[in-house]
Design a protein. Structure first.
Length: 483
């Protein structure tokens, strides 16, 4: 007759010691497998601490070599438990000498379990779960080579990458970290969250101006490294951001470093607000500042002719890029940079030149974006008001590098980046998102004051008559800037 407790539930039968022993052995082998797995993964991923574990192995070896282990048994009056059988001693010796290795693996197992429990809480709190309530599980959490950031890899569990990106702020709050990047590996079904416990600096002074060369320039700094670009690798740029975000300051340092470090570079700077933004670069050799749309169309037509000439030259010699040209031909190998500030003025057609003239300007800009890379003609478009009308989709598709400062709303951010993250940027001048290919990373862009830019450019300016030359001092007084 079964006995019942006061809740009328039968007591479970007493567990036999053989069953408990069997369960213990199974748990031991399961744990051993997980420990070995973590050691192997650490070696494969390059995260295994060879130096620290090596020091630990030497230390435990010396303990046994000099009999300190037996002294410990004597100190605690446990000598009778010291293994005297040769087989038992061999197992005892091998286990404890190698204990730093197993200890590291066990530590990783414990940390991964803690991480899994923690991420389950975080995923539930920020709403990252699929239709059946399953949350993303961690694959690993490891420090990156820069020593500052870490990468948390999660199994997506059927969640789209957009859900993780929309939850960036919530993840930062729940994890008490700063998230730099969120990217997916669709083939493996995982998402990587690159994060750090340290905030990104809110001011990045450009220290070097004239030591770049080879059409290189500074994009910005992350928490761990400076990011550079090159017109050879990123031939066309889109720079977007509302007033006060840092767009004009970035253009200032970009054009200053490029013009000083690359004396053969030709620049056509289109400023459809009367030339105010680019007057700093007037009177530089091989540089034209264009203040109105009529002159812009004429200059673009001239650049188009040069593009065609270079295309014919390359085709006649069976080449695909000016980088393959070995002769020193100025007209064929000199790179040309076309910068249009507030490109929306062209694409929206705010001037009274007629539809035909506006369409001509748009067509040439599109052609430069499509074919300019091969012939060394580069395009930079800057805009404050990005939308489907002011940013031609065909042109945007060929702008390989995008720098987006803070956006007023999600729609503008998506238009530029195909992501809403720019609307979530902090209100810090110079803070932006840099997109190159599939990489999207938050940066603090370099700051270069007007005074430093003037000082750096002064030796390169062509001296002209007073009637034709606007003084640098007067220019600085009138120059509109957004820090």
């Amino acid at each position: 007759m079964n006995s019942f407790n006061k809740n009328n539930k039968p007591h479970p039968p007493s567990e036999k010691w053989e069953d408990r022993l069997f369960d213990t052995v199974v748990m031991f082998f399961q744990l051993s497998f997980l420990v070995v797995k973590e050691i192997v993964l650490g070696i494969v991923r390059g995260t295994f601490p060879w130096l620290h574990v090596g020091i630990g192995l030497v230390f435990t070896y010396l303990i046994f070599q000099y009999g300190f282990d037996r002294s410990l048994f004597q100190f605690f009056d446990m000598v009778r438990w010291y293994p005297r059988n040769a087989t038992l001693y061999s197992l005892y010796y091998k286990f404890w000498v190698s204990s730093p290795l197993w200890g590291w693996g066990l530590y990783q197992v414990i940390q991964k379990r803690r991480l899994r429990n923690r991420m389950e809480e975080v995923s539930h709190s920020v709403g990252l779960k699929n239709g059946i309530g399953k949350v993303s599980t961690p694959v690993f959490d490891q420090r990156n080579y820069d020593g500052v950031t870490r990468t948390l890899r999660l199994a997506k569990s059927g969640l789209p990458i957009q859900d993780f990106q929309k939850s960036k702020s919530a993840l930062e709050s729940a994890m008490n970290v700063y998230v730099d990047d969120i990217r997916e590996n669709r083939a493996k079904g995982t998402v990587d969250i690159v994060y750090s416990s340290d905030p990104l600096t809110d001011h990045f002074e450009l220290s070097e101006i004239a030591r770049y060369g080879d059409c290189r320039f500074t994009i910005g700094t992350t928490r761990s490294q400076k990011i550079y670009g090159s017109l050879k690798e990123t031939p066309h740029l889109l720079i977007a951001g509302q007033t006060g975000g840092g767009k004009s300051t970035f253009l200032r340092q970009l054009l200053t470093t490029l013009s000083i470090s690359n004396v053969d570079l030709e620049m056509t700077l289109v400023d459809l607000k009367g030339g105010l933004e680019f007057q700093l670069f007037e009177n530089l050799p091989k540089t034209k500042v264009i203040p109105d749309l009529e002159q812009t169309v004429r200059e673009l037509s001239s650049i188009e002719e040069r593009l065609h000439d270079r295309m014919r030259y390359l085709k006649s010699r069976g080449l695909v890029s000016i980088d393959q040209v070995r002769e020193n031909l100025d007209q064929m190998t000199t790179r040309h940079l076309v910068v249009v500030d507030e490109a929306a003025e062209i694409f929206l057609g705010a001037y009274d030149l007629g539809t035909a003239r506006l369409q001509e300007a748009r067509r040439i800009l599109s052609q430069i974006a499509r074919q300019g890379r091969a012939v060394g003609i580069h395009l930079v478009l800057a805009t404050q008001r990005p939308d489907a009308k002011s940013l031609d989709t065909q042109v945007k598709a060929n702008l390989t590098g995008i720098l987006c400062f803070q956006m007023p709303n999600n729609t503008s951010s998506i238009t530029v980046l195909d992501s809403g993250r720019a609307s979530l940027l902090p209100d810090i001048p110079g803070r932006a998102l840099w997109k190159h290919g599939a990489t999207l990373v938050e940066v603090q862009t370099p700051f270069l004051s007007i005074e430093r830019a003037q000082e750096a450019l002064a030796p390169y300016k062509i001296k002209r008559g007073n009637s034709n030359l606007r003084s640098t001092h007067d220019s600085s007084q009138n120059l509109e800037m957004d820090t």
